[in-house]
Write a protein that binds this ligand. Structure first.
Ligand SMILES: C[S@@+](CC[C@H](N)C(=O)[O-])C[C@H]1O[C@@H](n2cnc3c(N)ncnc32)[C@H](O)[C@@H]1O
Length: 198
């Protein structure tokens, strides 16, 4: 499994990975973590949670992955091919403001993504997905219909989701991720929040 700290990649083997996870009762996976700010803030605020940020693009991760928090790890991987090492370990999955192939897979109900989420999730794992209007518009969907499609795909894959919630610019402004801040001050500061559990 390829991990990154600053600009340096490191292949973490299973023994070292499990050693790092020992003593943590909760593992959070932030998928499509971008520059990793949300994962960093979560790890900093919840020292008893182990937080794993995953993104397919390494360049954005250079800054936050330098952080020396014992409970924070960044992995370079595609959401459609999550590392086997994560199987059954994750208690909380977050997907904040996905775009590109991650968003496409949510919209298409891509089995590689949905099976991957199910396989990394432990029993009763929680899921939080935040979707924004601009990213959905780029894929030809309105915020409402895109969110509805993703809601249906996740529900069919076994997730029990609450009623979708609209997030406005005030909520986005206080949300600790780089993309949330950009959206809050951008042209279309609307997002929809889906949450639930397996
Ligand atoms: C708009 S950014 C959001 C970043 C972060 N979650 C935030 O709130 O600031 C979307 C991220 O999804 C990542 N992404 C897109 N497709 C992906 C895939 N198939 N696997 C992993 N990451 C992906 C992109 O590289 C990008 O960093």
């Amino acid at each position: 499994m390829e991990t990154i700290r600053g600009k340096v990649s490191h292949n973490l083997d299973l023994t070292d990975f499990y050693a790092r996870l020992a003593n943590y009762d909760r593992i959070t996976l932030d998928l499509g973590t971008g520059d990793g700010k949300f994962a960093f803030c979560h790890a900093d605020n919840f020292p008893n949670h182990f937080v794993i940020g995953v993104d397919s693009c390494r360049e954005n991760l250079h800054e936050h992955s330098r952080a020396k928090l014992p409970n924070l790890l960044y992995i370079i991987a595609s959401a459609q091919s999550l590392p086997q090492e994560l199987r059954g370990l994750v208690s909380h999955i977050t997907i904040n403001f996905p775009w590109g192939s991650l968003l496409e897979s949510l919209l298409n109900g891509d089995d590689r993504l949905l099976r991957g989420l199910e396989s990394v999730a432990g029993s009763s794992a929680a899921l939080d997905v935040r979707l924004n209007g601009g990213a959905l518009a780029e894929q030809g969907w309105s915020l409402e219909y895109g969110a509805e499609r993703i809601f249906e795909n996740l529900t069919s894959a076994g997730w029990n989701l609450h009623k979708p919630e609209m997030l406005d610019s005030h909520v986005l402004r206080s949300f600790p991720s780089t993309w949330a801040k950009r959206l809050a001050f951008g042209r279309d500061p609307r997002a929809i929040y889906l949450s639930g559990c397996l």
